[in-house]
Design a protein around this ligand. Structure first.
Ligand code: HMG
Ligand code: MG
Length: 331
């Protein structure tokens, strides 16, 4: 893989929509996923197997996974579709569907082999989400950090047993600031958690700046701590919310450090129900424009994502939060 290749993980259909109060139809969610798959994106977070009592908008995730398996969206490259599954209940819901369609998704190696075939089967990934502070763990996971980690050990072990080829992503939230404990989150603690999660079998750590409080010095310090703990850059993704408008400058710091996977949401959609005041993920349009301006190769069609950002924000009655998207469209 060339060093200028960057992987963007589109989280709009999950993080982008999970916080919307008005029910968004399954058809609209599928249209969003299908349109995104055609832009050249190779990773799309499509849903979440969590409690519908807390996050009702994600209740249609079973149907979304079913539809992706039954009629994979057409795409220029194989796409990895990711779903949150933070506990045994969520994992069981996901694996029940996957086990019913054993030939409809690719293993990691098959996907890599078929890297240039548009007919390739979708790859499925599940994700757990830990938190770097006790207060956030209690709010988001209803348990303390140690309990959350031991639950994830069970979830990851069971997932790998049920479907050995399944990729597992592990988020760590509030790594650069907590809505309840402030900006000074211990980076060494984050690196320790990341080490634990990788050791449990996670394939990737997604560092979540849930509140968007991250700054250049603290982002650099966190990544130095991760490397000092022996964590490889290729196992790390950055998941930056853009509440303070710092996401792209922190992306530059991470690129310089050697990170090559970045999450983003089309139209700047997003927010966490447990992070009051936090706004959306960094917009995919802004991320693509920024990375390409540095000579990086995202493989993503900027005009196409700009169109999707304008369409989906209109569809759910929100302002388009992507400066680049609006500029590209002359809006
Ligand atoms: P729990 O330990 O079962 O406890 O789940 P609970 O009291 O919260 O459970 C409430 C009800 O939900 C129970 O049903 C459970 O059975 C049910 P009741 O007995 O009341 O009828 N339930 C479920 N139903 C379907 N699927 C499930 C499931 N789990 C429980 N998987 C848990 C604890 C944390 C799983 C639960 O509270 C939950 O799902 N909470 C929602 C958490 C969430 O979705 N947060 C947002 C996503 S994370 C995020 O946005 C951050 C991220 O973007 C990174 C970043 O920005 O930093 C990833
Ligand atoms: Mg998030």
């Amino acid at each position: 893989q060339a060093d200028n290749r960057v992987r963007i993980v589109e989280v709009g259909p999950r993080d982008g929509l999970q916080n919307e109060k008005k029910t968004i139809s399954l058809a609209t969610k599928m249209e969003l996923i299908e349109r995104l798959a055609r832009t050249g994106l190779t990773a799309i977070e499509a849903g979440s197997f969590v409690s519908p009592k807390w996050v009702p908008q994600m209740d249609s995730s079973s149907e979304i996974l079913e539809q992706i398996l039954q009629k994979p969206p057409s795409s220029p490259h194989p796409v990895t579709y990711s779903f949150l599954a933070p506990n045994t209940k969520g994992l069981d819901s996901a694996t029940a569907i996957l086990s019913a369609h054993p030939d409809s998704f690719a293993t990691a190696t098959e996907a890599a082999r078929a890297a240039s075939t548009s007919q390739a089967k979708p790859e499925i990934e599940l994700a757990v989400f830990a938190a770097a502070t006790e207060s956030f763990s209690q709010r988001n996971l209803n348990c303390d950090m140690a309990t959350a980690l031991s639950r994830f050990r069970d979830v990851i072990t069971a997932a790998k047993q049920a479907l050995p080829s399944l990729r597992i992503r592990a988020y760590i939230s509030v790594v650069l600031g907590c809505p309840f404990e402030g900006p000074d989150v211990d980076p060494h603690r984050v690196a320790e958690m990341a080490t634990d999660l990788l050791e449990m079998g996670a394939d990737e750590i997604a560092l979540g700046d849930t509140t968007g409080m991250g700054t250049v010095p603290r982002t650099a310090q966190l990544l130095r701590c991760m490397s000092a703990a022996g964590i490889r850059n290729e196992d790390v993704a950055l998941h930056l919310h853009d509440t303070y408008g710092q996401a792209l400058v922190n992306t530059a710091v991470a690129l310089e450090h050697g990170i090559r996977t970045f999450d983003a949401a089309v139209g700047g959609l997003g927010g966490c129900p447990y992070s009051p005041g936090a706004t959306g993920n960094v917009a995919t349009e802004n991320m693509v424009y920024f990375l390409e301006s540095l000579g990086m190769d995202t493989g993503v069609d900027l005009d196409a994502v700009a169109d999707i950002g304008a369409w989906i924000t209109g569809e759910i009655g929100k302002a388009n939060d992507s400066a680049v998207g609006k500029a590209v469209l002359g809006a």
